[in-house]
Design a protein around this ligand. Structure first.
Ligand code: PSU
Ligand code: MN
Length: 311
């Protein structure tokens, strides 16, 4: 396809039906400060490999949609200035103008689906903003229409999590708890909001992805993995910081696509070291889990193909 460029190792893995995990790039350009962003992006790629899969970090570089970046390209992206944050509405613009741009969860899902990648790992998805029920992240809509499984730690409680769950339901997105009964709340292991189903293993997730595919359901799947217990942030402290950060955004009149990056940066400023630890820990853990899910998916499908041949 025009403008879609698969990096060599990713191309080979996909051609041979070996597991691949997509990773987003907005995390690098708008989510984390330098050098945490580069270190974390590379640690996520390593964790995907530990899970048994090939990582494919997705971005737009000079107008080309790239699936799989080198360490040097990740470093360059981290230093690029005025990088467009690409959700669904932005991708065509970035490509037409030959820009270097980052993909959000929605943008990354679109490109992953184009490339034939079915599992994607990130930290938190966008959602419905607190006090602004019509500021609904395009991530939620994309999850309803693009068949990619997104492994994440829920969403930061900078968002209205109950409303976010309602919108996911409206758009027909199954929400799976990975070894948990509730939607994770990013820094905290639980939001208290029940998920649709709890699973214990990568194989169980793979079975649901395969089932959705065979039924041609077309929607995505959200898999919530709680931050590892040792790195969880105290819920009361997290809440206080988030309230402050959201109030600051409000006071400074920040709107639209700038809200999430602003609040993320403010939360980082206010919380210092401990939140960074939680953030890195969950990103790496989610990447490893996504690698294991993609591996189970590849193995499971070989079995199913054999069953089909036997019948
Ligand atoms: N939440 C985080 N870290 C992030 C993002 C969300 O904890 O980096 C990024 C993701 O790329 C997500 C995007 O897709 O922000 C959502 O932006 P918006 O709310 O403008 O849809
Ligand atoms: Mn928004």
């Amino acid at each position: 396809m025009t403008n879609l460029h698969l990096e060599g190792e990713v191309h080979a893995a996909l051609a041979e039906n070996r597991p691949v995990v997509a990773l987003e790039s907005t995390l690098i350009t708008h989510g984390l400060p330098y050098p945490d962003n580069v270190n974390t992006a590379l640690a996520m790629e390593k964790a995907v490999r530990e899970g048994g899969a090939t990582p494919a970090t997705i971005a737009v570089i000079g107008g080309e949609i790239r699936v799989g970046l080198s360490a040097l390209e990740i470093e360059q992206l981290a230093h690029a200035i005025n990088v467009r944050k690409c959700s669904r509405r932005d991708i065509a613009i970035a490509v037409a103008r030959g820009e270097t741009a980052a993909t959000t969860v929605a943008g990354t899902m679109i490109v992953a689906a184009m490339a034939g990648i079915r599992v994607f790992a990130t930290g938190g998805i966008g959602g419905v903003h607190r006090g602004h029920p019509f500021d609904v992240s395009a991530d939620l809509i994309e999850l309803g229409r693009t068949p990619v499984a997104v492994v994440c730690s829920g969403a930061k409680s900078i968002l209205d999590l109950p409303l976010t769950m309602e919108v996911l339901e409206t758009h027909g997105v199954p929400v799976i708890g990975y070894q948990t009964d509730t939607l994770p709340a990013f820094y905290a292991r639980s939001s208290g909001l029940p998920v649709d189903i709890r699973v214990e293993t990568p194989e169980e997730v793979a079975a649901i992805i395969i089932s959705a595919g065979r039924l041609n359901m077309k929607h995505g799947i959200l898999i919530g993995v709680p931050v590892p217990g040792d790195d969880e942030l105290d819920a009361a402290i997290a809440e206080q910081i988030i309230e402050q950060a959201t109030a600051d955004a409000e006071a400074q009149g920040v709107t639209g696509k700038a809200v999430t990056p602003f609040v993320l940066a403010r939360v980082a400023e206010l919380s210092g070291g401990k939140s960074r630890e939680a953030n890195t820990s969950l990103l790496v853990n989610n990447s490893r889990t996504a690698g294991a899910i993609a591996s189970a998916l590849a193995i499971n499908e070989d079995d199913l193909d054999e069953l089909d041949r036997d019948m």
